[in-house]
Design a protein around this ligand. Structure first.
Ligand SMILES: *Cc1c(COP(=O)(O)O)cnc(C)c1O
Length: 365
């Protein structure tokens, strides 16, 4: 068969183990998943209420223009409705952008380690991938700018970056964007935007106003706690969105997801509380790292990458046997580390205790 050559060696996404699988494998009654940066507090009560009273027919296709959610989000963000595009998760928007722009003969620039879907989609489309190593967990924006040439179609930025939690400041971002030619598309993935509290963070709305080649991606999967529904969005100037929209499949955001996301926007108190709780949770991790002499990156997201300077798969397995699923740094391209989602106070204490006993046991050996 005539598969694209590059598909033949590509591996499908490897999902982590589910809590049920881990319970079974280790004979545990309680397992806490701190591996995918999901919200430990779930989602707003308003979402639950909205879903409970959902009365539309399941036989009818979703609204292909995402009208209700679009109106609410445009109003909330203070952008025009035509500046928004919705996806079945921001993952799907990453796919749409890649599909719209990448092909053999073009190249795309991205940080590494970062969110793996930038690379994955670029490979599917047959584009050349230029990965630029992070420096101290941060984008090497200078090197990224230098790597742009006449065949560069897309530059990917992830702020705060998954898996390091390090963000791009306003000054850094503008300095970079000023160096990017107008004909090069810049994707600014802000999946963790709502968690950010740093004063020198940029204002994404100003950025898309001033730079017509930038799209900002956000999601309802993280702080909004709606990962199961799969809703993400992109915002950019109207003509850019209009050019991208034909690549989108007609009914890509399902009806329940549209309702749930709309309801979730209406409860910003929930978001504020989650942001505050996350900040306190991060402090628990920082204190632990300092007590134990472990290095880490200060995080503006709801996860932290901690360097244990050990076999991260061994630590990963150990924590799993104690009922905590984290992400092994070996799988993320930063061996020796683990990435842990910030949970509730109690969950954080639990995983930190398990980490403490790991450290105690490895010292004994
Ligand atoms: C989780 C995540 C996404 C994907 O979010 P979905 O909207 O669930 O597809 C995108 N980018 C980054 C950096 C993420 O961490």
């Amino acid at each position: 068969m005539k598969w694209k050559e590059q598909i033949l060696t590509l591996k499908a996404y490897q999902p982590g183990r589910t809590t049920d699988q881990v319970k079974k494998a280790y004979g545990l009654s309680d397992v806490v998943k701190l591996a995918s940066n999901e919200n430990p507090f779930g989602s707003s009560e308003k979402v639950k209420e909205c879903i409970r009273t959902y009365a539309d027919s399941f036989a009818i296709y979703p609204d292909g223009y995402t009208t209700g959610l679009r109106t609410e989000l445009a109003h909330f963000l203070n952008v025009s409705e035509k500046q928004l595009i919705f996806g079945n998760g921001s993952d799907e928007i990453i796919m749409m952008i890649s599909r719209a722009m990448l092909e053999p003969g073009k190249n795309t620039i991205m940080p590494t380690p970062s969110f793996p879907q930038y690379r994955h989609n670029a490979i599917v489309e047959g584009a050349e991938v230029r990965e630029i190593e992070l420096v101290n967990g941060a984008h090497d924006l200078d090197k990224m700018a230098q790597s742009i040439d006449e065949n560069t179609a897309i530059v990917w930025l992830c702020s705060p970056n998954n898996p390091t939690g390090v963000y791009i400041t306003d000054v850094q971002l503008r300095g970079f964007l000023d160096r990017v030619p107008e004909g090069v598309f810049v994707v600014l993935d802000e999946a963790y935007y709502e968690y950010v509290t740093a004063d020198d963070y940029y204002n994404a709305l100003d950025i898309i106003k001033e730079y017509s080649n930038v799209i900002v991606l956000r999601t309802f999967s993280k702080v909004y706690g709606l990962a199961a529904f799969r809703v993400g969005y992109g915002m950019a100037n109207e003509s850019l969105i209009a050019q991208l929209d034909p690549v989108r499949e007609p009914f890509n955001v399902n009806s329940l997801a549209q309702k749930a996301a709309g309801a979730a926007i209406g409860d910003q108190e929930f978001i504020d509380n989650c942001r505050a709780a996350n900040k306190e949770g991060l402090e628990q991790f920082y204190a632990f790292c300092q007590e134990n002499g472990l290095s880490y990156y200060p995080s503006e997201a709801n996860f932290i990458l901690i360097d244990f300077n050990c076999d991260s798969n061994e630590l990963f397995e150990y924590l799993m046997s104690k009922g905590y699923i984290v992400r092994s740094g070996a799988a993320l391209g930063i061996p020796g580390t683990v990435r842990v989602t910030v949970g509730s106070t109690e969950q954080n204490n639990g995983v930190l205790n398990a980490m403490k006993s790991f450290l105690a046991e490895t010292v004994k050996r």
